[in-house]
Design a protein around this ligand. Sequence first.
Ligand code: AOF
Ligand code: ZN
Length: 368
Amino acid sequence: MGTDEELLGRALALARRAWGATHPNPMVGALIVEDGEIVAEGWHARDGGPHAERVALAALGRPPRAGATMVVTLEPCSTAGRTGACCDAILRAGGVARVVIGATDPNPAHAGRGVDVLRAAGLAVTTGVRAEECAELNLIFNHWITTGRPFIAGKIATTRDGFSRPPQGADRWITGAAAREDVHYWRRLFPAIAVGAGTVRSDNPALTRRWREADGTVREDCGWRFVFDATLATAAGAEANWPRVYADAWKQRTIVVTSAAADASALARLETAGVRVWKMETTRGVAGWAEFSRRCAAERITGVYLEGGFELLADAARAGALDYGFWYRSPRESAAGWGGRVEWMFASGFRTERHGEDELLRGFFDRR
Ligand code: AOF
Ligand code: ZN
């Protein structure tokens, strides 16, 4: 039962079950409809695993009935990657007479070809259903597969008039609980989170992802954690006083991005402790960000969420290193003593969302 739009809505919900878990692959959801009824569902759960269409076909456990419809958020792949072409799987299963597709696969190896293959085989293909939502689902994949570079996003929370740094001694939270929960939702999407040395020293953040499942259980896990620290000041002291990202159960997930000015003894001690260090020609300015981007690409880290502080974000913005921005604006006004003024200009087509009292502006930056 349901229109193509409604069915795609269900497929999107299935795809999102693997939120943040499929990198470098996209999230994809699929379902099979017979006589107006959903008879099987599937989603792509992790990189290297079976694609959504195959999961749905396997869940059905028998050939689809003649005249069946396959609904999928992303154009089925047309040539075999590691897992075999989904177009072949659909055609070989038989029965499917119609395919409803959300977004075109931006992967140059597929883009548009899947549609051609299915049509050439005589199937009716409807494209572009909820295409914008289906494409938006894979912001990171879309960027990575077309540029070969990580998708670098910055996040900042400010007062209504754009100030991000409260005066000394003031409450450090600018935005409310709903906005903070949204930050965790986006943290979960990205393979990596990055912060500057100042944030590590002042906040001693965990930089893990914490979320509540539909059944109420609270979960926590950890992706890559980058600390940008040109001198390794964050590791200069005794290990007993190190910030938790160098000492907790996930310390192997921390990578410190440093420069030629790194303190040699701190570097050696970090590596001994199992914390990775990327010593770069510079951590700052255009050259540094390009090198950072290359190293991420070499390790297939396809997206980085820059959480702060203001200095790190300002530096990335100046270098033109930010692809995308998340700007949370609280309704409160700044007063004397506030600093870190942000004036982000998004490319057209940015979004505005409400999270409790706060507003989120998010979108792409114009690339020079
Ligand atoms: C689909 N359905 O569920 C996914 C697709 O190495 P492989 O075999 O996993 O192929 C990866 C490529 O397949 C990926 O770059 C993207 O173009 C497409 N992903 N396609 O039809 C899916 N995950
Ligand atoms: Zn596929």
